[in-house]
Ligand binder design. Structure first.
Ligand code: GLA
Length: 725
């Protein structure tokens, strides 16, 4: 899979359908050669245009600057004359900002090394291989290792970089991105995911102009607003055709993803930790690891990119024992009761739920300290026995008597100013001494860069989890970071806080999973503000959005499923009028939309009508009938309501292509409409299938289409099962 051509000084990394090429120039520069559809030979140096000006420095030293500012680089440094975006910026102990990496050697190894303390893709030695390229800056005593891994069963490639101080003096990393890709422009358009609270991950696609277009967060989390994903697509790209170059960050904190079109119509695509607010002091003997970027190239449009990400994340990122298991259908009391509940109310919900096939009760926010609204008690992780009379264990045992499991909500990263914990440890909050701490939802953020803070909170929570039979945890994070300061670190290490905070969160989640190995963990952040590949390493599912309206969810889930498997998308049926947008949609439609995720309920089931209860019963049965297929299958998108403002449709096809589900939603009905023919995808053209009681050839369904009758009434959905004859 990975080769080095000694004569041509070319590395070629091949996956089944793609190639990534790197070439060494002047025995010194690590240059980018090629990324795209698979190539077989390594005689590729001509792609570097070394015989065109400005030539390499060895043949034209007087124009080294022109070379540096135009050559395609794998890991460009700053301060020497490459004025495009740099990947690395170092400040020496003396205050100089210029570094020069010189190629030193390489190693090709089976498998993939772990990235210390960070989430990353993984694979057996037989399943993947890694290229390490070693570079050195002699003056700084800095060694940089560029890591590239490819997988047997995937067209994805991963990158990261390790920076080591082998010198005698400390230096400061002011910027260390994880990946850089230089290419000639091909009229690229930039795709990204944008949103806000309750409307996460809407797809935007715009032309790439000269200058820099970036997508970023320095909110301390991957965020609702912008997403650590960037794709450059050729203008003709659709779901099924065209070229796509995508990067996705396996990290949950600050990031920057950028496309820059330069004077020579070349494009530099970069991704990594955002340099805003970041510096990292590296003492002699220490190393720093830049988190992983996953790169996917597709010559078959966005759909192929999507399926490559989904399979990579299901096969090589998510570790949970729940990944391939049917998750219990849950009912969460948040939209049912908000803070106003006690053990009696919860048991009433559980009783009705258990009769309808729901398998787990999740107790959301409000069970601890004296929390009866969101003004207090974060940090006081002790059960409020005025609400949960008889204690947690008794509640859980009563829920279990109904044949159900029990889950619980926590928000371990936060501390309320009005809490016992804050009164005891005011220094545990992130803060800048002498300044007011910025509040958000009346809460402060814990300084998880300090091990004793993370451990103190973790131990309180572990005690609760040990006190009863708890099968599921929803780990929430309801504000973004600000007033970044810590009592624990000296002045020249305060710039490490954002990243140290993330390392602290990862360490806590790792500990939780080690202590409770069969726990089903669902991450969450004010809805879907931390739905990212970093968190998927810890939890097989993430709450997608606080907006549970079926129509809003079409766009949110389309954007999320562009990269992440539907088996990871937390999706629930809630009541109408919907609490966020006030819309009334049919109960059946809400079920179909939630079935395309993890599936569950978030409503007061005791208040449903008999007719609605009958639908719940049918839906829970449908979940059992279809979840294996939905969780493990291939995702195809046919129509996008976000684009056409009229209808949405997508499919899940089994890997064996013997079964499929077609989901279609007619958002608004229209007058005097005919039925339409929906061209299906992903089936075997040569096999026979049954759909809606009629037999078809696969090619007929994919080329002529399945007839979808015009519906009367808004927000109507259909779920059609296709089976091979
Ligand atoms: C966040 C979550 C919700 C709910 C509330 C509780 O907003 O996304 O699902 O848990 O917090 O405060």
């Amino acid at each position: 899979m990975i080769r080095f051509d000694e004569k041509n000084k070319v590395f070629l990394l091949n996956t089944e359908h793609t190639s990534y090429g790197i070439a060494l120039t002047d025995d010194r520069y690590v240059c980018h050669l090629y990324y795209g559809s698979r190539l077989e030979e390594t005689d590729l140096r001509y792609l570097l245009r070394e015989d065109e000006g400005p030539f390499t420095p060895s043949s034209n030293k007087r124009e080294t600057g022109s070379f540096l500012d135009s050559a395609p680089m794998e890991y460009p440094e700053s301060g020497m004359g490459d004025y495009r975006e740099s990947a690395l910026r170092i400040r020496s102990a003396a205050g100089y900002r210029a570094s020069e990496l010189v190629y030193e050697g390489y190693e090709i190894m089976a498998g993939k090394p772990r990235l210390e303390g960070l989430p990353a893709t993984w694979g057996a030695d037989s399943a993947c291989s890694t290229l390490k390229i070693y570079c050195r800056d002699q003056l700084l005593g800095m060694k940089v290792t560029l890591l590239y891994s490819v997988f047997q069963d995937s067209d994805a490639l991963t990158r990261s970089a390790i920076i080591e101080n082998e010198g005698k003096e400390p230096f400061y990393i002011e910027k260390a991105l994880s990946a850089c890709l230089d290419m000639d422009d091909r009229g690229f358009e930039v795709m990204g995911l944008f949103g806000s609270w309750a409307r996460e991950r809407r797809i935007q696609r715009i032309p790439l102009g000269y200058g820099r277009q970036n997508i970023a967060s320095f909110r301390g989390e991957s965020s609702h607003q912008e997403h650590p994903f960037l794709a450059l697509v050729t203008p003709e790209t659709t779901q099924d055709t065209g070229e796509v170059y995508a990067m996705n960050f396996v990290y949950s904190g600050n990031f920057i993803a950028q496309a820059e079109k330069s004077q020579f119509d070349s494009v530099r695509m970069t991704m990594g930790i955002h340099p805003e607010g970041f510096t990292w002091k590296l003492e002699p003997g220490e190393s720093f690891t830049a988190p992983e970027v996953v790169m996917v190239y597709s010559s078959e449009g966005l759909g192929k990119m999507t399926r490559t990400f989904h399979d990579l994340y299901r096969n090589h990122l998510i570790r949970s024992p729940w990944l391939h298991r049917k998750r219990p259908i849950l009912i969460n009391n948040w939209e049912a009761t908000y803070f106003d509940f006690d053990e009696k109310k919860l048991l009433e919900i559980a009783e009705d739920a258990s009769e309808l096939g729901i398998e787990m009760l999740v107790m959301d926010d409000g069970w601890f300290g004296k929390r009866s609204n969101d003004d207090s008690s974060l940090g006081d992780w002790r059960v409020n026995e005025e609400k949960i009379r008889g204690g947690l264990n008794s509640l859980v045992e009563n829920v279990k008597k109904l044949g159900m499991k029990f889950g619980i909500w926590i928000e371990p990263e936060m501390i309320s100013p009005d809490s016992e914990l804050y009164r005891q440890h005011p220094d545990w909050a992130l803060q800048v001494p002498g300044r007011d701490i910025t509040q958000s939802r009346a809460q402060y953020v814990l300084d998880l860069s300090r091990e004793e803070v993370a451990d103190g909170v973790y131990e309180m929570i572990a005690e609760v989890l040990h006190s009863a039979d708890i099968s599921y945890v929803k780990w929430d994070m309801n504000r973004q970071l600000a007033t970044m300061g810590s009592y624990a670190w000296p002045a020249d290490r305060q710039g490490e806080l954002y990243h140290r905070y993330m390392l602290g969160v990862y360490r806590m989640q790792e500990r939780l999973l080690a202590d409770f190995p069969d726990l089903l963990l669902e991450n969450c952040s004010g809805g879907g503000a931390r739905f990212d590949a970093g968190m998927l390493y810890y939890s097989p599912q993430i709450w997608c959005s606080d907006d549970t309206d079926a129509v809003e969810r079409l766009s949110i889930q389309e954007g999320t499923a562009l990269i992440y498997p539907v088996s990871a998308m937390g999706a629930h049926v809630s009541v109408c009028p919907n609490h966020t947008v006030g819309r009334v949609t049919p109960f059946v439609t809400r079920g179909h939309v939630a079935l395309s995720g993890t599936f569950g309920y978030e409503l007061d089931i005791t208040k449903l009508t008999d007719e609605e209860k009958a639908i719940v019963k049918a839906q829970t049965a449908e979940y059992h009938r279809y979840n294996d297929l939905i969780r493990e299958g291939d995702y195809y998108r046919m129509e996008s309501y976000t684009e056409n403002k009229d209808r949405d449709s997508w499919m899940i096809v089994s890997k064996e292509k013997d079964r499929a589900l077609v989901f279609c939603v007619q958002v608004l009905s229209g007058a005097n409409r005919k039925s339409r023919f929906l061209r299906l995808k992903g089936l075997d053209p040569d096999r026979r299938y049954v759909a809606d009681g009629r037999e078809y050839q696969g090619s007929t369904l994919m080329r002529a289409g399945l007839r979808i009758p015009a519906e009367s009434g808004d927000f109507k959905s259909r779920l059609i099962e296709i089976r091979q004859v």
